[in-house]
Design a protein around this ligand. Sequence first.
Ligand SMILES: [Ca+2]
Ligand SMILES: [Ca+2]
Ligand SMILES: [Cu+2]
Length: 392
Amino acid sequence: MNKVNFKKISHLFAQTYGGKRTLLLLPLIIGLSCNQANKSENVKTADESCSDNLPSRYGVSAQNKQDSLLSSNSNGSVKGMKWIPGGTFLMGASDKEGRADEYPSHQVKLDGYWMDETEVTNAQFAAFVKATGYKTVAERKPDWEEIKKQLPEGTPKPSDDLLVAASLTFNPPSRPVPLHDASQWWAWTPGADWKHPEGPKSDLKGKDNYPVTQVCWEDANAYAKWAGKRLPTEAEWEYAARGGQKNTIYPWGNEQIEGGKPKANTWQGSFPDKNTDWDGFHSLAPTGSFPANAYGLFDMAGNVWEWVSDWYTNDYYDTQKGETVTNPKGPDKSFDPDEPTVPKKVTRGGSFMCNSSYCKGYRVAARMKSSPDTGLQNTGFRCVRSESASKK
Ligand SMILES: [Ca+2]
Ligand SMILES: [Ca+2]
Ligand SMILES: [Cu+2]
């Protein structure tokens, strides 16, 4: 399960042995969002976004021997969940603002399911950790023995101070910066993890009801298993976000995000240097701070990006067009032309960092992707449960 990103590791070591510690972060975040990472490959890819093309971790310690712990809470309760009735919908962008990977829109049929009303909170995740002793990927020290297997023979071991538990934190500049260079606002931060989402000095005091962040896909999936739930498919996520409306752009309909009253926790002003906080929240908001959509789901736009179960490919919708697809589960294998060597899972819904000037990740059809071992300060998740797995 430890997908190690080859190219980036090689860069890492090249940089390390180049002796410039300050360069270390660059290879890790060189492909970060708002960045057409591999322009030279001349592949038509998605437009830029605040959290696109994030780095893969460079190896984590052998894990998920913890699996046996992950089923203690599967009591079938649907407390805190909403029933999403099955049906058929048009998945993908029906407006003109989508990235290439949101087209073509295509007919999808889904069985009904239960979905968490809110993003999984710090308190909920803490209960899971307490019950299982689970250690998130960001808390694990990268394991040289694992990394080594995927590097050219004879690659020397980097110094121990480089192989430390870390995660990516949002570190906004004070001046406008080019939006194609996400290393300007993301920092690889030792000691950042779900309990210290903004770095080692931060904590969760008073934040029980905030969404958990700095959890990678593996962590989210582990939580879901423990809770007797699962991550939603990408189709389930989008269907739920649409709240039963047809061809709308946002979970609330078509009103512009900055028209009328604040409807979601996003970014207003100039990203990433100046946030006017018009919506009332500078960074994360407690879950449920904005009106729910028609299915009673909160924060399906903004606050944190949400992991779904599907692998990402840029052309998945092409393979689905023309017929009604029933309960699609995504492609078997990931492929992202922006970073062909890095397998990625899809995230949905946008975050507090999404801005109307360029990213619009809160559009209901918008797709983002990250490697399954990437934790971020603006990414969390929510779970679903199939009807058959529930006590009504
Ligand atoms: Ca905000
Ligand atoms: Ca969200
Ligand atoms: Cu964004």
